[in-house]
Design a binder for this molecule. Structure first.
Ligand code: SF4
Length: 196
């Protein structure tokens, strides 16, 4: 499935309308390109919901960096900060701690965060929800999009398919990170990825 093409088709079909989009954001570097790409097509609100990130200092650092990015890009984009609930992540990851990055723990981690985004989008009446996660070459875009579709049906909110690493999206995120001097973490987010 070409999720990037699917996104292009949806954007083409908007015919100049700008629907509201709740964009789940994992960090500033990944959000940089996605904001640049989607901002002219959607009224974006960012959603920082990442119980996977530990320790809390790291979580706060990534959130502050996201706020700084929005200001530096001169965007009028609001950020909704979800409650920080790391125990929820650890409960989800029970028995999967030793798996390498990219395995079943990660699939469940995508779902945990997308579930929160879908619920928030439904509660606040957004037209679409989406995530920045597919920009990373380390993340499984097929899983992300399958989960998004499943939750779209469950909550009755459109999911915006994506594979943001296409069209050199990942490369552009590195350029933007340099331009804005963003903090680029060297691990995905959880304690297990930090050890790995
Ligand atoms: S490696 Fe990343 S995606 Fe996988 S469980 Fe840890 S934080 Fe989540």
């Amino acid at each position: 499935m070409n999720y990037d093409k699917e996104l292009d088709n949806i954007i083409c079909g908007l015919n100049g309308k700008k629907p509201s989009l709740l964009l789940h954001a994992c960090c500033a570097p990944c959000s940089s390109y996605v904001l640049e790409y989607l901002n002219s097509h959607f009224n974006i609100t960012l959603f920082f919901s990442n119980p996977n990130i530990s320790p809390e200092e790291e979580y706060q650092k990534r959130l502050r960096e996201l706020e700084r990015l929005v200001a530096l890009m001169g965007l009028s984009v609001k950020i909704i900060e979800d409650d920080y609930t790391p125990q929820e992540f650890f409960d989800m990851a029970k028995g999967l701690e030793a798996l390498p990055e990219g395995g079943e723990r990660c699939r469940k981690c995508y779902r945990l965060r997308l579930l929160k985004a879908a619920a928030q989008a439904k509660q606040d009446g957004f037209d679409y929800f989406c995530t920045t996660l597919s920009i990373s070459p380390y993340k499984n875009a097929q899983w992300i999009n399958e989960i998004g579709e499943e939750l779209s049906e469950k909550f009755g909110v459109h999911f915006l398919p994506s594979d943001f690493k296409k069209k050199n999206g990942y490369k552009r995120s590195i350029e933007l990170s340099r331009k804005y001097d963003l903090y680029r973490q060297n691990f995905c987010g959880c304690v297990f990825s930090k050890k790995e």
